[in-house]
Design a protein around this ligand. Structure first.
Ligand SMILES: NC(=O)c1ccc[n+]([C@@H]2O[C@H](COP(=O)([O-])OP(=O)(O)OC[C@H]3O[C@@H](n4cnc5c(N)ncnc54)[C@H](O)[C@@H]3O)[C@@H](O)[C@H]2O)c1
Length: 352
């Protein structure tokens, strides 16, 4: 939202959020509340112990555990999870983990229409969106379908204490990127603007403490609460240049998802800022700086938190930059500032 328009449509997505340390113990009640009796618990192999403990805590309402989620939801794994759900006669899924786990739950929902309950353990925000993704033959397809939006989300900050510091920072900056693009989105509203500013503020305030004391429950709660709001903004608005760029960079060069967001965001804020004064004013308030200093302060904050600061550092080949420029220019999308071959090349060179 640029701040000049007072004309909008606000179409709220349904949302039941159960938030707080120890709330995982209420997951069984939440599953029961939805009338589910045989849920499939999904997540990554790295979090298998958490998945099994979660299933054990469901008082006989878990039909099985599927610990094979992978980044970007490979179609073959989605099909295997959907088959397992059918074999077990599952009537719902509980996705425990980050965007990869929630993405797998959404893929099963897309196939069978089963309701998803999400228990997020990163700051990616997928649990708040009706956006699904599936990757096949190196190509990622995405779409929006309200059937995949989790019916209930249980946020227990205790589960995020084990999230490694590096991933906490990049995942947190990934969430801030949802908020920033929500602030200048063509379909932003006064409600999404409030959620975006508060989400960014809460996360940016909590991350330094998370880095210093990864076990600190107050810091973890602040970060997760910010991630919830940023995710809700992602679900409610249309993303622009930043998400488009990260999608192309990640998809074409297999760059790590959250790290790519962390590197690119300050450069996009610098590029779009002059055309989105209300957005940078809100980001400035979230960072505690003047609007004109928002892009620089964001870059400084990312560096202080130990996030990677260049595309080169996360594996981008320099000779791939022109391909990114062409891919981004090939598909028009809303963005507050004009995107030209020259400005995009300059942005990518600076990020490189
Ligand atoms: N559809 C959407 O709306 C949406 C939104 C954001 C991200 N995404 C997708 O989500 C994916 C990225 O998600 P992500 O950044 O959350 O990473 P991820 O889900 O891939 O998790 C990264 C790693 O961290 C581990 N992990 C997660 N939580 C942990 C914890 N608390 N303790 C220890 N280890 C933990 C996981 O097991 C995994 O090995 C991308 O594919 C992205 O496209 C989708």
């Amino acid at each position: 939202m640029t701040g000049v328009s007072h004309s909008f449509v606000h179409d709220a997505l349904p949302m039941r959020v159960v938030f707080g340390p120890g709330r995982l113990a209420e997951l069984g009640q939440e599953v029961e509340r939805l009338g589910l009796r045989r849920v499939l618990v999904l997540g990554t192999p790295e979090q298998e112990a958490t998945l099994r403990a979660t299933a054990d805590g469901l008082d006989g309402r878990a039909a099985g555990v599927f610990p094979e989620a992978r980044q970007h939801v490979p179609a073959a794994i989605a099909a295997a999870a959907a088959d397992r759900a059918r074999e077990l006669g599952a009537d719902g899924c509980v996705a425990v983990g980050g965007g990869s786990s929630v993405g797998l739950g959404k893929a099963v929902a897309l196939r069978h229409g089963l309701p998803v309950v999400a228990v997020p353990t990163t700051y990616a925000g997928s649990e708040m969106t009706p956006i699904w993704g599936l990757t096949e033959d190196g190509e990622k397809r995405t779409g929006r379908d309200r059937a995949v939006l989790p019916r209930t989300v249980v946020y227990d900050p205790e589960l995020t204490r084990s999230l490694p510091v590096g991933l906490s920072v990049t995942s947190g900056l990934n969430a801030v990127a949802h908020a920033v693009e929500g602030l200048w989105a063509p379909d932003g509203t006064p409600i999404t603007a409030v959620m975006a500013e508060e989400g960014a503020r809460s996360l940016l305030a909590a991350l330094p403490a998370v880095v210093e004391r990864p076990d600190d429950l107050d810091a973890r709660s602040g970060a997760l609460q910010g991630a919830w709001l940023c995710g809700a903004v992602l679900g409610a608005t249309t993303m622009s240049l930043h998400h488009k760029l990260c999608h192309v960079l990640g998809g074409s060069f297999d760059l790590p998802h959250a790290e790519t967001h962390a590197v690119v965001l300050p450069h996009v804020v610098a590029h779009n800022g002059p055309s989105a004064p209300a957005a940078v004013a809100a980001l400035g308030r979230a960072l505690g700086v003047d609007p004109g200093a928002a892009a620089g302060a964001l870059a400084d904050r990312a560096r202080e938190l130990g996030a990677p600061t260049s595309l080169a550092a996360i594996g981008m080949p320099r000779d791939g930059l022109p391909r990114v420029v062409e891919a981004v220019l090939a598909q028009p999308y809303a963005n507050p500032a004009p995107v030209t071959r020259e400005s995009l090349t300059a942005l990518l060179e600076a990020a490189y």
